[in-house]
Design a protein around this ligand. Structure first.
Ligand code: NAD
Length: 470
């Protein structure tokens, strides 16, 4: 698995690809709604007809269970491509604007939502299919031409998508670039009409600096430490199961994974016991042995996570074992809970992005809120409570891209809510029409008919008092 690499795009090809796409965009090929609809349907077909190949590739890259691939990588992309296809006409229809000013009443005033042009999508490895195709489908709906830079860390997926995309989509308008830092660097030297980046906040700073050189608009979908606040009065068994579900998904390698838990000492024993119970029920033979539990993406990330467990000053109260996959690679790690984690612990330094759940003790909900407020704004804030006052306090006194009460991760399944970060967890909103909006711009349109000229003639000098009325 580690030795498999995708064929990287030759550096000298990259500017040529951008030029070809610019020519395509200038030709107007991607403008007609019918074209966009056909391409969106093709994208859905590609996912539908290649489910087995996609699940195989993601099993090789991430040991991802088939059901997680079908639901988390393929199913919603099919649904959202078809939803976008259904709504392209509505989203692109010029909006007639009613003006309030009496002497402008006869002007034709509208808003057109038009494609930004040739855009760049940079995708990560953890949900390599979904996080490449979700922005792509928004850009197709908007009428843009697109270059997608796939992650080199999920090479089987990159290789498959590089083969499939041109079989289903028009290569004159949609292209893939493969490679690592040299290839991204080359891509970023070029001017794009929008950059959509999903990944780590450290790399986001490099992307932002490159975008700033060309004043390129940017969407940043980042991560960070998403906390879980537990009200001791909540159903602790249910809370434990739902937190563990979020942590177990893709072995915690998901941007919205619950990163750490803030809980009062009185509720902690019952909460931890419920975590242990749920883990035993779901993985009776241990997670390392289960096909339902994903692997860590590669030995480098595994060593990073193992290093965190070696250096934490907390106590491991569940899991903690590591192991090899079928190819003898050290990439497996159990669902692990670490109790007694202090603010300055190594587990609290950065996003964990793996199956480790630290438990931090707090005196009360107010201290939990202050703990969250003292740190960068998370992508998601999770809270378990049935108390309206507590719910309100958490909602109004914290800042995060998304807030979910009484469950984890499931907010991703709600198609009608926008998704995105705030501050350190990114900016911009996607899903459904929000994805279309990212790649469109609103062009104000005014047509002032000749016959209103008498009403406007007083704007010309020499000025008199009537000009004041304008
Ligand atoms: P990453 O930033 O390392 O990689 C993402 C992309 O950036 C890849 O295509 C990679 O080739 C490119 N890249 C890496 N190093 C680069 C460099 N020095 N210069 C230019 N480009 C570079 O991120 P990752 O490890 O793939 O993903 C993990 C992070 O992404 C986590 O923080 C996670 O929370 C976040 N994430 C966010 C979302 C979201 O929707 N908000 C979704 C998934 C992951």
């Amino acid at each position: 698995m580690a030795s498999f690499t995708t064929e990287y795009t030759p550096l000298e090809e990259i500017p040529k690809i951008r030029t070809q796409l610019r020519d395509t965009f200038a030709s107007g090929l991607t403008l007609p709604p019918a074209y966009r609809i056909q391409q969106l349907r093709q994208l859905a077909r590609m996912c539908q007809e290649n489910k087995d190949a996609i699940t195989d590739a993601l099993a090789l890259d991430l040991g991802k269970p088939k059901i997680e691939v079908l639901s988390g990588e393929i199913g919603h992309i099919i649904a959202r491509s078809l939803h976008a296809a259904e709504h392209v006409h509505e989203w692109t229809r010029p909006e007639k604007v009613e003006v309030d000013t009496p002497w402008q009443k006869e002007w034709d005033t509208r808003i057109y939502r038009l494609p930004k042009g040739v855009v760049l999508v940079i995708a990560p490895w953890n949900y390599p299919m979904a996080l490449a195709l979700q922005p792509l489908l928004g850009a197709i709906a908007a009428g843009c031409c697109v270059v997608i830079k796939l992650s080199e860390i999920a090479p089987h997926h990159a290789s498959l998508l590089t083969r499939l995309l041109p079989q289903y989509l028009d290569s004159r308008a949609y292209r893939i670039v493969n490679g690592g830092v040299p290839e991204v660097t080359k891509v970023l030297e070029l001017q794009w009409d929008h950059i959509f980046y999903t990944g780590h906040s450290a790399v986001a700073r490099i992307i932002s600096a490159a975008a700033a050189k060309h004043l390129t608009p940017l969407t940043l979908e980042l991560g960070g430490k998403s906390p879980v606040i537990i009200d001791p009065a909540s159903d602790l068994t249910l809370a434990a199961r739902r937190v563990l579900y979020g942590k177990f998904n893709n072995a915690g390698q998901i941007c919205v994974s619950p990163d750490y838990v803030l809980i009062h000492a009185s509720a902690k024993p019952a909460f931890i016991a419920a975590l242990q119970e749920a883990c035993k029920e779901w993985f009776p033979n241990g997670c390392l042995e289960s096909d339902d539990f994903a692997s860590i993406v590669n030995p480098t990330h595994h060593a990073r996570l193992k290093g965190l467990l070696d250096r934490t000053k907390g106590q491991i109260v569940m899991g903690g074992r590591v192991g090899e996959d079928k190819n003898g690679q050290m990439v497996r790690m159990e669902l692990t809970v670490v109790d007694g984690v202090e603010e300055d612990d190594v587990l609290m330094e950065g996003e964990i992005f793996g199956p480790i759940l630290p438990i931090v003790e707090v005196r009360d909900i107010d201290e939990a809120i202050e703990f969250v407020r003292a740190r960068p704004h998370p992508l998601v804030l999770y809270a378990f409570t049935q108390n309206d006052e507590v719910r309100r306090k958490i909602l109004l006194r914290t800042t995060s891209g998304n807030i979910t009460f009484n469950d984890t991760v499931m907010q991703l399944s709600v198609n009608e809510l926008p998704f995105g970060g705030v501050g350190e967890s990114g900016h911009g909103r996607q899903i459904q029409k929000w994805s279309f909006d990212i790649f469109s711009y609103e062009r104000s349109y005014v047509d002032i008919p000749p016959h209103v000229e008498p009403g406007l003639s007083h704007r010309y000098p020499p000025y008199d008092d009537r000009a004041m009325a304008m």
